[in-house]
Design a binder for this molecule. Structure first.
Ligand code: AMP
Length: 187
């Protein structure tokens, strides 16, 4: 199986690149942000709990997120591989993911980190706010999301680097240019 973590700060292009990777490599997408937004929309118990946390740009608890991934993996069935988008976002989530994948006799193949300067992230996210109207794409929330990334999420790249699984890509340029670099890593 080819199991990828597509990694980077909010606005680094994970969602866009995920779509292209899925199409080319036939992988299954697990986006915890998309799952949470769906829960919020459907006003489920989890959605009601997550809504305020997300609107503040903070992280939902590890316990909830790990439970969510556990359920998703159980539902998967026979797949070529998985692309994790927006998960893991903390070191405990990364450790839990590795343990869960072991139960399925598989593992993370590579973490691809999209590196984008902070001023560029801000421009992209404010622009996305206009196009998609995502409620957490406003200036204060974006600042918190970038701060959460630095404080809690960046460590996930170090964790996989120690395992020799980190590949870094300069995430500024055309969508095609960046996708070409990702494809070279995965091929
Ligand atoms: P995303 O679409 O990946 O940027 O996620 C949107 C929001 O959902 C984040 O700002 C968090 O509040 C929450 N979220 C998504 N994935 C996770 C995760 N793995 N751990 C904690 N919170 C998450």
């Amino acid at each position: 199986m080819l199991n990828i973590i597509l990694f980077g700060p909010p606005g680094s292009g994970k969602g866009t690149q995920s779509d292209l990777i899925i199409e080319k490599f036939g992988l299954t997408h697990i986006s915890t942000g998309n799952i949470l937004r769906e829960e919020v929309k459907n006003e489920t118990e989890l959605g009601l709990l997550a809504k305020d946390i997300m609107s503040r740009g903070e992280l939902v608890s590890d316990e909830i997120m790990i439970g969510m991934i556990k359920n998703k993996l159980q539902e998967l069935g026979d797949v070529k591989g998985v692309i994790f988008d927006g998960f893991p976002r903390t070191k405990p989530q990364a450790e839990a993911l590795d343990n869960l994948l072991k139960e399925y006799n598989t593992e993370i193949s590579v973490l691809i980190s999209l590196e984008v300067p902070e001023d560029e992230l801000m421009i992209r996210l404010l622009n996305r706010a206009k196009l998609e109207g995502r409620s957490d794409d406003n200036e204060d929330t974006i600042k918190n999301r970038i701060q959460e990334y630095k404080n809690k999420t960046a460590a996930v790249a170090d964790y996989y680097e120690e395992k020799g699984k980190l590949k870094t890509i300069h995430g500024v340029g055309s969508i095609d240019e960046i996708f070409t670099q990702i494809s070279e890593i995965l091929s």
